[in-house]
Design a protein around this ligand. Structure first.
Ligand SMILES: [Zn+2]
Length: 127
C-alpha cells in the first residue's frame, strides 16, 4: 500500500504498529502518573488487552507534512489517498468521527482485515 501511495506522489509513514499489552499498560500508567484523568486516557487509548495494536494488524500512519497522531492528518493528501484506496488493500479506518463506541476520532489509525471485501473503496464504519 505504501508503494502504491508513493507512485501516486503520497508518502505514508508508519508511526506505530504492534503494541504488547505490557506496552499499552505502561503507556496508560505514564499518562495517569502525569495527572491525566482516566476518562480522558481511555477516550484516547484502548484499555490494555483491547487495543487493535495488540493484534499486529493495526497501524498508525503519518505523512511528512503533518505532526504524528494529530487530527490534522485528515486534511493531508495521505488521508485523502487512504480514504480512496485503503479498502482496496484490506485496511479500514477503525475510529471514524462520531463513532458509536465514543472512541476519539483517529484518522491515522487503520486496521488490516485480510478477509474484508476489497471491492469497496470507502472505509467501513464501526457498528
Ligand atoms: Zn492506533
Amino acid at each position: 500500500m505504501q508503494a502504491a501511495a508513493r507512485s501516486d506522489g503520497v508518502v505514508l509513514e508508519p508511526v506505530s504498529t504492534f503494541r504488547s499489552i505490557a506496552h499499552q499498560r505502561a503507556l496508560v500508567a505514564r499518562k495517569l502518573a502525569r495527572g491525566d484523568r482516566i476518562e480522558h486516557v481511555f477516550s484516547v487509548n484502548a484499555v490494555p488487552g483491547y487495543s487493535e495494536h495488540h493484534s499486529g494488524r493495526a497501524i498508525d500512519l503519518g505523512t511528512p507534512d503533518c505532526a504524528a497522531l494529530d487530527e490534522a492528518f485528515e486534511h493531508t493528501a495521505a488521508f485523502a489517498w487512504l480514504q480512496q484506496h485503503a479498502a482496496l488493500f484490506g485496511f479500514r479506518l477503525s475510529c471514524p468521527r462520531d463513532n458509536p463506541l465514543g472512541v476519539i476520532y483517529d484518522p491515522w489509525h487503520w486496521y488490516f482485515n485480510p478477509h474484508a471485501p476489497r471491492e469497496s473503496a470507502s472505509p467501513r464504519r464501526l457498528g
